[in-house]
Write a protein that binds this ligand. Structure first.
Ligand code: SF4
Length: 87
């Protein structure tokens, strides 16, 4: 299992650098009408790759009912497709 531990700039945990970490409006990632806005934020996030990897690991260990919202710039449906391709 690969779970990245550090960010791109130093030895701090990768999520320290997430753009959503300091967001005052976390609902952004869970409102379908704002998906485009959420994806744009992820596209600018310096730890998008680490986020995608960690989330893929987490989702692989949970039921599909827990897959929702935008993560690392991808919808839950898109992540399901990628998960199937990895099997
Ligand atoms: S890629 Fe998106 S969901 Fe992942 S840490 Fe960055 S802003 Fe948050």
């Amino acid at each position: 299992m690969f779970l990245p531990e550090s960010g791109p700039l130093d030895d701090e945990p990768w999520w320290t650098y997430s753009l959503c970490g300091s967001l005052s409006d976390p609902d952004l990632f869970f409102e379908p009408s704002r998906a485009k806005e959420a994806k744009a934020l992820c596209a600018r996030c310096p730890v998008q790759r680490q986020c995608a990897s960690a989330n893929a690991t987490a989702e692989a260990n949970t039921g599909k009912a827990y897959w929702f919202g935008i993560v690392a710039g991808e919808s839950a449906n898109r992540r399901r497709v990628h998960a199937k391709q990895r099997r």
